[in-house]
Design a protein. Structure first.
Length: 676
């Protein structure tokens, strides 16, 4: 920014837009944007490298508004600097189908890097973005070619720092020495309930120093020059930096400044009039003077910055054509041209081997098969690598001083998942991370955010049921698979053997418009023979695995219970009752198939029984009220897996009995004889 306009006037434009938009919507959070206005001038006006005419320029700095409730701050900045966010959108703040929703949404508004609002996740996403930048730089930069070279900036407040996830992710940022990560803390001492000293007395600077961060304390957040100097200092550090900016929430308000009264509610006409008088802003709502637009406009500097980078990349491409082509592929999120052939060969290998192994091992084998052609794989585990099996022979453990492609996240399931989301948002890598399925609860909100943003994060969960055995009910997943299936745009896979595991992995890797969960067993599961057509139909989420010419009933199963359904069908067949077995590794994918295919797998005229080692309610959408579900509607027990399956009635006899009961109930004679 080069302008003679006073920075105070630039900051006041943010204040005016924020308070006016919130007032018009009669909803929102004006206090934070008004309090962080000068900080925004310092960062966006003097340091942030971005191109409003191309929001997806790859080497742009990333900006994350972790305290996303103050979304009008970001919308004001995007509008003023020249993004495709016209004033009409600001006038439609928080209204249906606007590009200015209550909290920033990355897939909706140009220039928004990540969807924020659930506090603490934005800073965690930023850790992932900074990690991706560091790893890509180590992989692609050459002498005299700093091709990947950008910062990740974060605004965050007291709420983000109170959330436990900030401890998880910021500790890792310090350990990894992510020096391109700079966070500006809005230290205003206010949250929704009031002054925070009654519930938040952490020594934040010392906390971050303990993490290994560079901390700049006691910066006057209303002094643009002071913030500017702090950012300049942070850029020279070999550590991530926290800049602690002392601010007044709602600065400019005559009666509500410094109070929670301006945190999350419109100011009211009288207070707004007082603000205008106090800050010398005589313009009507949503009117910005031309000199303010000129001072904020970043289009020209953005085009210049990208133009310089494009020239650098052109020279890089001439000198290193193979690396350049690979980087372009990765930036676009495209898969190698031979990926499909690698998958086909690997599935054929699985079919030939017919291995009986745990699907967690089948998962590792699939990773091993794909990793050589997917240098963008960035795996990891929350301190359970030896159990989750997410590493592979050529994987390299990430350390602060050594780039790698496998991350030991420590016992930080939530932090891991949100960091993965940041990596996926940044681009250049396909992140996956693992823990036990029962601990998916810890990371659930990050999974939900991945689904909301439609990003390619792959969440791997092993030890998927009572098959975990002796660890008992604290570790045995019962409700988790069904609950994950309820998250929109999340594809959940629970495969039954090596082939289904390979298909699940390939599907998750190919999926560009949403995340996946891959759910695997601890115990060994037998290989299921299939035709080529059946293998192809696994990609449709559910398919006929075994059929009977005179089928009277359908048995639907997933994962470890597919074997049980097969054996029950065999028993029913010996008793003269034909049973079709449907394996449904992904109900989400199956539900997206056309009606004709779904009817071919689950004909409407055949009664159904579902079998899964989990809660039963979910399955009635497939079996109906007259069908039966063999499952578990209580917590588990501590015992060997074989004992538990028998104890909870997950046996051949239980499935056979359920099938007979359903047949009797659906019989035209009401059980009078024709079904006996």
């Amino acid at each position: 920014m080069t302008t003679s306009l006073p920075t105070t006037k630039m900051a006041n434009a943010i204040r005016a837009l924020a308070m006016d938009a919130v007032q018009k919507a009669n909803s929102g959070h004006p206090g934070m944007p008004m309090g962080m206005a000068e900080i925004s001038v310092a960062l966006w006006g003097k340091h942030l490298r971005h191109n409003p005419t191309n929001p997806k320029w790859f080497n742009r700095d990333r900006f994350v508004l972790s305290n996303g409730h103050g979304s009008m701050l970001l919308y004001a900045l995007l509008h003023l600097t020249g993004y495709d966010l016209p004033m009409e959108e600001l006038k439609n703040f928080r209204q249906m189908h606007s590009k200015t929703p209550g909290h920033p949404e990355s897939h909706l508004t140009p220039g928004v890097e990540t969807t924020t609002g659930p506090l603490g996740q934005g800073i965690s996403n930023a850790v992932g973005m900074a990690l991706a930048e560091k790893l890509l730089a180590a992989e692609f930069n050459k002498p005299n070619f700093d091709l990947i070279n950008h910062h990740t900036y974060v605004f965050l407040g007291d709420g983000c720092l109170m959330e436990g996830i900030s401890h998880e992710s910021c500790a890792l940022a310090g350990t990894w020495k992510l020096n391109k990560l700079i966070a500006l803390y809005d230290d205003n001492g206010i949250s929704i309930d009031g002054h925070v000293e009654g519930w938040f007395t952490d020594d934040t600077p010392k906390r971050f120093e303990a993490y290994g961060w560079h901390v700049i304390p006691n910066v006057d957040g209303h002094n643009v020059d002071a913030v500017d100097a702090a950012i300049a200092q942070a850029k020279k550090s070999d550590k991530p930096t926290l800049i602690c900016c002392k601010t007044v929430i709602g600065k400019g308000c005559p009666t509500k400044a410094g109070s929670h009264d301006c945190h999350g509610a419109p100011l009211g006409d009288k207070e707004i009039a007082g603000v205008r008088e106090a800050i010398g802003w005589s313009h009507p709502p949503f009117e910005i003077p031309a000199d303010v637009y000129t001072a904020w406009d970043a289009k020209a500097t953005g085009r210049t910055a990208q133009g310089d980078w494009d020239a650098l990349f052109k020279a890089y491409s001439e000198r290193y054509p193979v690396d350049a082509a690979e980087l372009v592929r990765r930036m676009k999120g495209e898969l190698p041209v031979n990926f499909g052939e690698i998958v086909r060969k690997y599935i054929a290998e699985c079919t030939a081997k017919q291995e009986t192994i745990a699907t967690r091992k089948a998962s590792q084998n699939a990773i091993q098969a794909m990793a050589p052609v997917l240098p963008e794989f960035l795996g990891g585990s929350a301190d359970l690598t030896g159990s989750n099996l997410t590493n592979w022979k050529e994987s390299i453990s990430l350390r602060a001083d050594k780039p790698g492609n496998h991350i030991s996240y420590g016992v930080r399931e939530f932090g891991m998942s949100a960091i993965m989301n940041g990596v996926a948002l940044h681009g250049g890598y396909i992140p996956f991370g693992a823990t036990f399925l029962t601990f998916s609860d810890y990371s659930r909100n990050a999974i939900r955010m991945a689904a909301l943003m439609r990003i390619r994060s792959i969440f791997v969960f092993t030890h998927d049921s009572i098959g975990l055995g002796e660890d008992g009910p604290t570790h045995q997943s019962v409700e988790h698979v069904s609950s994950l299936r309820l998250i929109p745009n999340l594809d959940n896979w629970r495969p039954c053997d090596t082939v289904e595991s390979a298909v699940a992995w390939a599907h998750a890797v190919r999926r560009h418009n949403g995340p996946s969960t891959l759910i695997f067993s601890r115990q060994n599961l037998p290989f299921m023979p299939r035709t080529d057509e059946q293998i192809a139909n696994i990609n449709r989420g559910g398919y006929v695995l075994r059929d009977a010419a005179d089928a009277h009933i359908i048995l639907i199963a997933t994962g470890s219970e597919v074997e049980l359904a097969i054996k029950a069908a065999e028993q029913l067949g010996r008793e003269g009752i034909g049973a079709r077995v449907v394996s449904m590794p992904s109900t989400n994918v199956f539900d997206r198939q056309d009606a004709l295919y779904k009817a071919s797998v689950l004909p409407h005229d055949l009664p159904r029984v579902a079998v899964e080692a989990g809660v039963t309610d979910f399955w009635h959408k497939y079996v109906g009220l007259d069908g039966a579900v063999v499952g578990i509607d209580s917590f588990g027990e501590s015992a060997p897996a074989s004992v538990l399956f028998k104890h909870f009635g997950l046996t051949i006899d239980s499935v056979v009995d359920a099938a007979k009961r359903v047949l009797i109930g659906s019989c035209c004679c009401g059980g009078g004889g024709c079904c006996n």
